[in-house]
Design a protein around this ligand. Sequence first.
Ligand code: FES
Length: 190
Amino acid sequence: MNSEPEKDPAAAPCACSGGESNAESPKKKTRREFMLALGFGLNAVAGAAVGIPILGYLFSSLVKPHQLDWVSLGPIDKFPEGTTRLAEFVNPVRRSWDGKTASIPCWVRRIQGEQFQVFAINCAHLGCPVRWFQESKLFLCPCHGGAYYEDGERAAGPPPRGLFTYQFKVKNGDLMILAGSLPTLAQPNI
Ligand code: FES
């Protein structure tokens, strides 16, 4: 009897895939590798977009330490004795894109002669800018009603302490302050 040799079922073409064999075609393999590489690439980009700013924040103080520097608020004649006036200085720690935000206001109280007090404008509670009222001789904070006496001491409201002050000196007729860092509760003396 002449009978046909038995076929190995594993080597038979797969009916469900239109006659293709089970073995993966090189084309299909290449597409999968490409998709895998694309996935890794996109994950790496997303990781860098999130991670680099965080690392920059964490290590910024190591890379570029705060640079305190003496800056001028102008001639002392700008500040008559017995008055408190708003002044502005350019932050010595700034970047080219800071623009107007590099200009920082502060309150200057000239007591007499070369006796001054220079106050940070930010309330010692949550940092809102305080305003000086000559009539009542008080600094008032618009945010939660904090009040300070003319010498910066706390008068009322939620602030836990008086206004922060800058170190100052008079040099060649100019009032200079040590600027470059904003005082905070954690670091009140800059
Ligand atoms: S921020 Fe000034 S009282 Fe709260």
